[in-house]
Design a protein around this ligand. Structure first.
Ligand code: ADP
Ligand code: MG
Length: 274
């Protein structure tokens, strides 16, 4: 099956007056329709940059992003903005980036539909349906300041889903809530993924999220290093056949030099410290 998203050697360079930062350094990644996955990495590893490029909020400096048959690099500003509004749902860490403070939960969720030719009655019905879906049936008329951090993130998810996007992109969605609330939100991600079939990508520095997703990919220095699927940990090969071993993996087996010993054993390749 063709992936929903395919990133090919993505490079992103931010230029400021006296400095160039290479936030993505030739990143390859494929995402299937219906996946619930996490992209995990330390602060500064390029997570937010990647998410913004996937959602058409930023453009890559080099490399290619395919979204089904659409090549995001080739879209005009106007086309990119339409693509974003029709196909992408974003959830950010900070509530104030997600919600309008002077609107109720239901009004917030109905807002994205305001200019889409849907009648007010239908907008309200859809808002209520989505708030039900995220577990806020009793909060339709609450303003953001009346809601807990976890509830505000649930509203944010309902807003992101209002226009029925192809994918939900979440940047540290549990970053501002306590551990217990984080777990309950993770249960919601899983429920939405399983029951509604929504493709969900979460970027986070919190490895604990990894237990509640189907696939976790590690990002470091703007590149995908390893992947963890349900059956174990995988290293990722780039097109030239290069493997990266993360610092954690190297430390775990005591690799300290710039060479490793390769051994072949019954169709297996064993990598050992020199
Ligand atoms: P993460 O989300 O994993 O913390 P980011 O994608 O935000 O990482 O940032 C990756 C790198 O790019 C960092 O070194 C960061 O300082 C830099 N960076 C991100 N956004 C900008 C920007 N708008 N201008 C300059 N540098 C940026
Ligand atoms: Mg970030």
């Amino acid at each position: 099956m063709k992936p929903l998203i395919k990133c090919d050697s993505l490079v992103k360079i931010y230029k400021t007056k006296d400095l160039e930062v290479m936030a993505l350094q030739g990143l390859d990644l494929e995402i299937e329709k219906g996946e619930l996955m996490a992209i995990v990495g330390k602060s500064g590893s390029g997570k937010s940059t990647l998410l913004k490029i996937l959602g058409g909020l930023e453009r890559a400096s080099a490399g290619k992003v395919m979204f089904e048959d659409v090549c995001l690099n080739e879209l005009s500003e106007k086309e990119l903005s339409a693509f974003r509004s029709e196909r992408i749902g974003f959830v950010w860490q900070k509530s104030t980036d997600n919600l309008l403070q002077y609107l109720t939960a239901a009004q917030n969720v109905a807002m994205p539909l305001a200019f889409s030719g849907v009648s007010e009655k239908e907008r309200n019905e859809r808002a209520h349906l989505l708030l039900d879906m995220v577990g806020l049936s009793d909060r339709y008329n609450s303003y953001p300041f009346m809601l807990s951090g976890g509830e505000q993130q649930r509203v944010a998810i309902a807003i992101a889903l209002a226009k029925n996007p192809d994918i939900l992109l979440m940047d540290e969605p549990t970053g501002a809530v306590d551990g217990k609330t984080s777990e309950r939100l993770q249960e919601l991600f899983r429920k939405l993924n399983e029951e509604q079939g929504i493709t969900i990508i979460i970027v986070t520095h919190d490895v604990r999220l990894a237990d509640n997703v189907d696939r976790m990919v590690m990002i470091s220095d703007g590149k995908i290093s390893t992947e963890r699927l349900l059956d174990g940990e995988y290293a990722v090969l780039d097109k030239a056949g290069r493997v990266r071993l993360s610092k954690e993996l190297r430390e775990a087996v005591g690799i300290t030099s710039s060479r490793v010993k390769l051994e072949f054993d019954n169709g297996k390749l064993i990598i050992e410290p020199e």
